[in-house]
Design a protein around this ligand. Structure first.
Ligand code: NAI
Length: 249
């Protein structure tokens, strides 16, 4: 399927997990992919594999965010799709009673402020083109909260969801769609890191997933490709759950 033929897509966190799977899927569907990551070896490898460009950038830096879209535009002449996906897991004890202000601020910075910066600096390109699709990675916890203490993470993802809704509504008439992707637990390094610290957490999570397993990153990438494509032309401002039924259970 070539739904994304010649569309220019910028993916943050493209070196691993959901971002990497999406870079592969976008390339399969014909897109020109710009892989952004803080981690140079993995980001460069991803770009090489999909025949795209690598931009080493820290999504918490406004200068870096400006530069990554400028690089994409200079190379390919447009920025059609922004998958604002880079993120970090919660700090070790992320209960409201234990999380320190520095840890809280760090999570907001990487998971939420980065999405603000990416939207702020990609929308002018899309406005000029009169079209564009932005997909911001939130999480199922943005919709339903989490019984495992991860208050800074949940709050950051709630912010991503709210921001996506507002931008989706605000820019709909300019042809720019903005959606919040809300994955359930996905088998990626981020999740494996959490479970390595607390092995019982995996079992606690698993019992709440109606399909009885964690998602593979390729299953999330399929949903992102749909949202990025014209097949989703009437979808904007949505909380797009890809969660194995977890939010309905
Ligand atoms: P991952 O850890 O496999 O990949 C994240 C990538 O983001 C890494 O390559 C990392 O180097 C990059 N990154 C981190 N900080 C960065 C920064 N400041 N600037 C640029 N790049 C940076 O994680 P995964 O699981 O693929 O997660 C992707 C997104 O999906 C995150 O926003 C995460 O919160 C979200 N998510 C993940 C779920 C899961 O169960 N894995 C569930 C729901 C949401």
């Amino acid at each position: 399927m070539q739904r994304l033929q010649d569309r220019v897509a910028v993916i943050t966190g493209a070196g691993s997990g959901i971002g990497l799977a999406t870079a592969r899927r976008f390339a399969e569907e014909g897109a020109k992919v710009v892989c952004v990551d803080l981690d140079e070896p993995s980001g460069a490898k991803a770009a090489d594999e999909v025949g795209g460009l690598f931009v080493k950038a820290d999504v918490t830096s406004e200068d870096d965010v400006v530069r990554m879209y400028q690089t994409a535009f200079d190379a390919y002449g447009s920025v059609d799709i922004a998958f604002n996906n880079a993120g970090i897991s919660p700090p070790d004890d992320d209960s409201i009673l234990e999380t320190g202000l520095d840890a809280w601020r760090r999570v907001q910075e990487v998971n939420l402020t980065s999405v603000y910066l990416c939207c702020k600096h990609v929308i002018p390109y899309m406005r000029h083109q009169g079209k564009g699709s932005i997909i911001n990675t939130a999480s199922f916890v943005a919709v339903m909260g989490s019984a495992t203490s991860q208050i800074s993470y949940t709050a950051s993802k709630g912010g991503v969801l709210a921001m996506s809704r507002e931008l989706g509504v605000q820019f709909a008439r300019e042809g720019i769609r903005v959606n919040a992707l809300c994955p359930g637990p996905v088998n990626t390094p981020l999740l494996q890191e959490l479970f390595a610290k607390d092995p019982e957490r995996a079992q606690r999570r698993l019992v709440h997933i109606p399909v009885g397993r964690f998602a593979e990153a390729t299953e999330i990438a399929a949903a992102v490709a749909f949202l990025a494509s014209d097949d989703a032309s009437f979808i904007t401002g949505a909380e797009f759950l890809v969660d194995g039924g977890i939010s309905g259970a």
